[in-house]
Ligand binder design. Structure first.
Ligand SMILES: Nc1ncnc2c1ncn2[C@@H]1O[C@H](COP(=O)(O)OP(=O)(O)OP(=O)(O)O)[C@@H](O)[C@H]1O
Ligand SMILES: [Mg+2]
Length: 325
């Protein structure tokens, strides 16, 4: 975005802004007219199915990939005219992060720190801080190639933050890492956010989406929802979720999946089914009847609040079926 057009207020509070940002690969539109505004210190979660356009968006915002059309600014610099300046103020952990396998943990960090920091003392201090934050001390002399997946991920994160950037892009930073380590990483992201760092994070984990200040859901290149986690859930109007526990669950699924009059959608959630209906009051007794007639033993059937996952599954499916949400 042309920074000269922004108000002073915008400049002080906005970290990332886009207007109709679009990326085409040949005829294929990977990101379509994306308009976003993310404030400083915000944790913005970017969600969407595989191939939706998340990484492509991040690469444009990092100044690595030239947009086809539209505009945007990151840290006050134009995506179109000042991509090199953007690279100085951001940290980027890509989905296939660029660690040097033949360097140790410490050497990888030193490499990234020196790219950005001229002063040697600051460089060393930042490296120590990063090692401490992601708890990599025990592995500092280990080659990146010999780290397990989760630890390699931590190292990649440490490399992305070692120069203490104002804005950090993390493309699936917690993919494939264990729940305890994920929690540790999120605590760390909160710390950064409280200190004023802006975080743009993609994830496929819905409980991580709940931890963001705001979330955007992208589907086939289009931003189809963008709000706080609460806002996203409350936008889910005129649909109700019923939670069903029963035996045998497979038969109940097959039965309900094909009951187009009663049920809009049905999905597995662990050993339960979430049933999407238009009218909970009518559906509850009717579903009880259908299941009883089929000899299925119901242990629980109740209306529940939709989770973010319910909303996104519904959004993606409704888009696929071409019906409005
Ligand atoms: N350089 C490229 N040339 C052609 N098509 C591309 C290129 N980069 C990405 N695409 C396509 O653009 C679409 C969006 O890809 P992108 O990597 O942004 O998806 P994503 O949302 O990050 O998915 P995932 O969750 O799997 O990481 C995909 O269909 C992908 O195949
Ligand atoms: Mg991706």
């Amino acid at each position: 975005m042309d920074t000269s057009h922004g108000t002073h207020e915008d400049k002080r509070t906005i970290a990332i802004e886009t207007l109709n940002l679009t990326k085409r690969f040949g005829k294929f539109v990977a990101v379509n007219n994306l308009t976003l505004s993310i404030r400083k210190g915000e944790i913005f979660g970017f969600l969407g199915p595989n191939g939706a356009g998340k990484s492509t968006t991040i690469r444009m915002l990092c100044g690595i990939l030239e947009p086809t059309s539209g505009e945007g600014s990151v840290g006050g610099y134009s995506l179109i005219r000042e991509p090199e300046k953007i690279k100085r103020v951001i940290g980027y952990m890509s989905q296939s992060f660029g660690l040097y396998q033949d360097l140790t943990v410490e050497e990888n960090l030193r490499f990234y720190a020196r790219l950005y920091i001229a002063d040697r003392k600051t460089c060393m201090e930042n490296i120590e801080k990063a090692i401490e934050l992601v708890q990599l001390d025990q592995y500092r002399k280990t080659l990146a190639a010999n780290l397990s997946g989760g630890w390699r991920q931590r190292l990649a994160l440490a490399c992305a933050i070692v120069h203490e950037p104002q804005i950090i892009f993390l493309d699936e930073p917690t993919a494939g890492i264990d729940p305890v380590s994920r929690r540790v990483l999120w605590d760390f992201l909160y710390e950064l956010s409280h200190a004023g760092t802006t975080l743009f994070v993609t994830t496929h984990y819905m409980e991580e989406a709940e931890r963001c200040n705001r979330i955007g859901f992208i589907w086939q290149g289009n931003l189809v929802a963008c709000s706080t986690p609460e806002g996203v859930k409350s936008s889910y109007v005129n649909r109700y979720i019923l939670n069903l526990k029963c035996r045998p669950i497979d038969r109940a699924y097959a039965l309900l999946k094909h009951d187009m009059t009663l049920v809009r959608d049905v999905n597995f959630y662990g050993d339960e089914l979430h049933i999407v209906v238009d009218d909970a009051q009518t559906a509850l007794p009717a579903i009880h009847r259908v299941l009883a007639d089929a000899g299925i033993a119901v242990t629980l059937l109740e209306q529940i609040q939709p989770s973010i996952e319910d909303v996104f599954v519904a959004l993606a499916q409704e888009k696929k079926n071409g019906s409005p949400h």
